[in-house]
Design a protein around this ligand. Structure first.
Ligand SMILES: NC(=O)c1ccc[n+]([C@@H]2O[C@H](COP(=O)([O-])OP(=O)(O)OC[C@H]3O[C@@H](n4cnc5c(N)ncnc54)[C@H](O)[C@@H]3O)[C@@H](O)[C@H]2O)c1
Length: 259
């Protein structure tokens, strides 16, 4: 299905990124892994980069091939990481890498897929903060967090709210080049950072697990990312695909008194 496509996967060293690299290769893609940690499996090529450092992203973009058919932005930090680091990796690094690759490396018709989260479901309640974040960069993110009370685990939730909105907004920004952008929003997934989410959610985590029966496994999520990279997903633009064992359906109905 992905024969002949060159696809970059960030976060390829672990969890959902590692499984996505494996799935893309199984489907015939040439996979280029990117991570701050070394990747030895599932990739044809690997580039080490730190996505919270703009200079590292500049070097990565320079080094990557000049014809790339797809970008899967999967690297991310959990809610237990420092607030500004979370925004740098989950949003600012992701945006910089994406926009820079669009400028110089992405082919016409390329597909961009972000790993958002069920944590982004509350974005309609954060519209003013999301608008204010639009102009924030690596040098102003500390001040932004202070001015808008983004601290502790809120940073993770806000990072995913922003990412869902950014995806919707850029559904067809690069229309004349046929470059499209979508995201996937899992609920809890059994990866090394699942414990961070359980710690952050406290008792709510137990309730969530009852609704879902079990956390997802990375192999529940990777095929969805792979599908978004395929030509079969050409009509999906700015979509946020929920993959959460029914959690978002339940939360949305509950919010409107229908649960
Ligand atoms: N696990 C879950 O429950 C869950 C749920 C919803 C969404 N997500 C999202 O899925 C994505 C993948 O998470 P995961 O669960 O596979 O976690 P993980 O910790 O297994 O993988 C994250 C990867 O990102 C890399 N990374 C982190 N910071 C980086 C940086 N500065 N530069 C380069 N690479 C960096 C890590 O080295 C790691 O390989 C994240 O964006 C996460 O927010 C996870």
């Amino acid at each position: 299905m992905l024969n002949g496509k060159v696809i970059v996967v960030t976060g390829a060293a672990s969890g959902i990124g590692a499984q996505t690299a494996r799935e893309l290769k199984l489907q015939g893609a040439r996979v280029i892994g990117v991570d701050r940690n070394a990747v030895v499996e599932n990739v044809d090529d690997f580039y080490r980069a730190d996505l919270c450092d703009p200079a590292s992203i500049d070097r990565l973009v320079q080094a990557l091939p000049k014809h790339i058919d797809g970008l899967c932005n999967i690297a991310g930090l959990p809610p237990t990481a420092p607030a500004t680091q979370v925004l740098k990796v989950n949003v600012l690094g992701l945006k910089k890498l994406t926009l820079d690759l669009i400028d110089t490396n992405l082919a016409d018709g390329a597909s961009i897929t972000h790993l958002a989260s069920l944590a982004g479901i509350g974005w309609p309640d954060s519209v003013d903060t999301i608008k204010a974040f639009e102009s924030v960069d690596f040098s102003t993110v500390d001040a932004f967090c202070q001015n808008h009370g983004i601290e502790g685990s809120r940073s993770y939730f806000f990072s995913k709210e922003y990412l869902v909105v950014w995806t919707h907004m850029n559904r067809w920004t690069w229309r004349e080049r046929g470059i499209r952008m979508n995201c996937v929003s899992p609920g809890p997934v059994d990866t090394p950072i699942l414990a961070d989410f359980i710690q952050t959610l406290g008792e709510r985590a137990e309730e969530d697990m009852r609704v879902m029966d079990r956390p997802a496994s990375p192999s529940d999520i990777a095929p969805i990312v792979a599908f978004l990279q395929s030509d079969g997903a050409a009509w999906l633009r700015g979509a946020n695909i929920t993959a959460d064992g029914g959690m978002s359906s339940m939360l949305t109905l509950a919010r409107h008194g229908l649960a």
